[in-house]
Design a protein. Structure first.
Length: 496
């Protein structure tokens, strides 16, 4: 394998008169780096090229371009209409699915509007290919071969790259140093070539969906304590009590709400904690039979086994973490800040920081602006980049490297614990990918935990015990399944 690349988001916060780092998020190969394009940030590109070349014998580095063909005005209008219609279909699917599951299994999809506006806004932006140019500039400075590609194809024994100028290069796998692609390209790569890419599909699965990152905390306590405390909400039973207990232990008056598959700050809200508590207290959960609860759990777990990505609809509540005030010389004011640290973890060796920078919220801490305006630090949502002063940089970089180490230990522990389950799945479904087994195991364990919590199964049960009436409840759920968006959820024959 070629190692893994991470974007670690770190805040510096003051606890008992002492400044301490805390991890906010861990991101994968899609981690944005193009805003290192300022005088103090150019070294990132050179460090990236030099480090990756050294760990791959000086062989060529291939980087997938983010540049896409610019649409004309008519194409932009057509694409906006397509996005609006797609979002409306997704909303209808969510509403129908929610009505099937009922209030005990509710989930949040209010973030669809924010996601739509984000994508529509991206259509209006002028393209900026500075990232491509700076990597090419760094390769010339370091005298290391590097290519930016637009498309990638595969033959039985070669990887074929289409470069930005239209040229096509066919490479023997033994001649390739490393490929940095987007996560979607990585997911589509044939298994025989995946060892050439930065990040494994399993690592990316953990990083793409925030609930899976939280899940890893169970396999390494040292990882869990490095992150802001969090709580997963959605598709569960009797979560009102759990959520209120979590909120009561959070010292801050604010809470951060994120969608399970959030990126670029989409669907992220910063809310007054009391407002969230009142909202949860205002919900009335219905009394439903254990058989129906089990049927709904089975329904969800089986849907996941058939590829429905319900983790996107989970909600993550996180404790809001105050940043130490960061002075921004561009505005002459103090801003909330979160560092983005790009860390490379080679196959054999310790994680290495390639670069780090502050991302400062669009508005100063004391300005009259929304909570998101004063505290959301995504560059794609108006935040600005800035070099980190040396004393803070050393603390942040070292913390990010340790966090990556603990993350990879947690992944190793998970793989060891899940080995037998993975083997069982392969016996029943040969060819199943390891990252797909993760999804099914996560949901099976989550649903089993909820069943134990309400007394529907005994603690230590290896599965869901079928109560009298269970098959009838599954049949009722199945008959109400008339969703218009996404894969059709099907109940196994033995439960019809």
């Amino acid at each position: 394998m070629k190692g893994n690349l991470y974007g670690v988001d770190v805040k510096l916060s003051e606890f008992e008169d002492e400044i301490s780092p805390i991890a906010i998020e861990l991101n994968g190969v899609n981690s944005g780096t193009n805003c290192f394009a300022y005088e103090g940030g150019f070294s990132y590109y050179k460090t990236f090229v030099r480090t990756l070349a050294a760990h791959n014998g000086g062989k060529p580095i291939f980087i997938e371009s983010w540049q896409r063909r610019k649409r004309d005005r008519l194409e932009t209008i057509v694409e906006k209409i397509r996005l609006e219609r797609s979002t409306e279909r997704q909303r209808e699917w969510c509403q129908k699915f929610s009505s099937i599951l009922g209030v005990n299994f509710e989930f949040d999809f209010a973030w669809l509007d924010d996601l739509l506006e984000f994508h529509k806004g991206k259509l209006e932006q002028e393209h900026d290919d500075s990232e491509d140019r700076y990597y090419l500039w760094a390769s010339k400075q370091e005298k290391k071969p590097l290519f930016i590609f637009d498309e990638i194809d595969y033959s039985p024994n070669a990887v074929i790259f289409t470069l930005m100028d239209g040229r096509r290069i066919a490479m023997n796998p033994k001649e390739i140093g490393v490929i940095r692609s987007t996560s979607s390209t990585l997911a589509e790569a044939p298994e025989r070539f995946q060892h050439l890419f930065l990040n494994t599909p399993l690592i990316e699965q953990f990083l793409d969906y925030k609930p899976f990152t939280h899940f890893l905390g169970a396999f390494n306590r040292e990882l869990a304590v490095r992150f802001a405390p969090g709580h997963i909400y959605g598709f569960g039973v009797n979560e009102k009590k759990d959520s209120l207990e979590f909120l009561s232990m959070i010292p801050s008056d604010l809470i951060v709400r994120k969608r399970g598959g959030s990126y670029c700050g989409t669907g992220v809200e910063i809310l007054p904690k009391q407002e969230v508590i009142e909202s949860i207290n205002g919900k009335t959960y219905e009394e439903i039979s254990l058989a129906r609860i089990q049927a709904l759990s089975m329904y969800i777990t089986y849907a996941v086994s058939k590829g429905v990505r319900l983790e996107e609809y989970l909600t993550v509540y996180e404790a809001f973490v105050d940043s130490i005030p960061i002075f921004n010389p561009k505005t002459g004011k103090y801003h909330d800040g979160c560092a983005r640290v790009i860390v490379y973890s080679p196959p054999n060796g310790k994680p290495i920081t390639l670069g780090s920078q502050w991302r400062l919220a669009p508005y100063a801490i004391d300005e009259d602006a929304s909570l998101e305006g004063r505290f959301r630090v995504n560059l794609s949502r108006g935040a600005s980049e800035m070099e980190i002063e040396l004393d803070h940089k050393l603390m942040i970089d070292r913390f990010a490297e340790y966090t990556v180490e603990e993350f990879e230990k947690a992944v190793s522990n998970y793989r060891r614990e899940a080995k037998d389950a993975f083997k069982d799945v392969l016996e029943q479904e040969p060819g199943t990918k390891e990252h797909d087994v993760l999804r099914y195991l996560y949901w099976s364990l989550e649903m089993a935990h909820k069943m134990v919590a309400i007394g529907a199964v005994n603690k230590g049960s290896q599965g869901i015990t079928l109560f009298p009436g269970f098959k009838d409840e599954v049949a009722n759920v199945r008959r109400r399944d008339n969703m218009a968006f996404g894969p059709r959820l099907v109940v196994p024959d033995q439960y019809k």
